[in-house]
Design a protein. Structure first.
Length: 163
């Protein structure tokens, strides 16, 4: 007797992905792990993003093209036991306050301390840019090292949840 995937996922965390800017390699890794562990995955973005795997547990939520719509969708729908994968620091801060598990694409599992530090760094960078000062940081590339750190972080988080 085989169980329905939806029944296997009942009571288990959903992995929410702030998919607009999340690297495709990291999204693929999430789907691989979710397939093995029969976890629901929800991509949230303002346009359709194709899944590299198919499963009745995977869904795409397309939000309006208004500022913060995808963030609000995730924040309004995720539960305390869920996992959110995002690069968005303000979204991470909102979710940490509610006890949601949040990780980024570089293998950082946010807690109150790390998210506060990242918010301060982000605010400083924005202030410097507004003054016309270059901080010396360009968008960093995403490669094997970053993907490996992300995979270890996600696996560790899932293990800590008994999955």
């Amino acid at each position: 007797m085989t169980s329905e995937p939806s029944l296997a996922a009942a009571g288990r965390p959903t992995i929410w992905v702030d998919a607009d800017s999340f690297p495709s390699k990291a999204r693929d890794l999430i789907l691989e792990l979710a397939s093995r562990k029969e976890l629901k995955v929800v991509y949230v973005a303002n346009h359709d993003i194709a899944f590299s795997r198919t499963s009745p547990l995977f869904q795409m939520r397309i939000c309006p093209r208004t500022p913060g719509a995808a963030d609000d969708c995730i924040a309004d729908n995720c539960q305390t036991r869920d996992i959110v994968a995002t690069r968005d620091i303000p979204l991470a801060a909102r979710l940490i306050e509610r006890g949601v598990e949040v990780i980024n694409d570089r293998g950082i599992r946010y807690d109150k301390r790390t998210v506060e530090k990242r918010l301060k760094e982000r605010d400083l960078s924005l202030q410097m840019e507004a003054l016309g000062l270059h901080t010396g940081h360009s968008r960093e590339s995403y490669g094997g090292r970053e993907l490996d750190a992300f995979g270890k972080c996600l696996n560790s988080l899932l293990a800590s949840m008994g999955l």
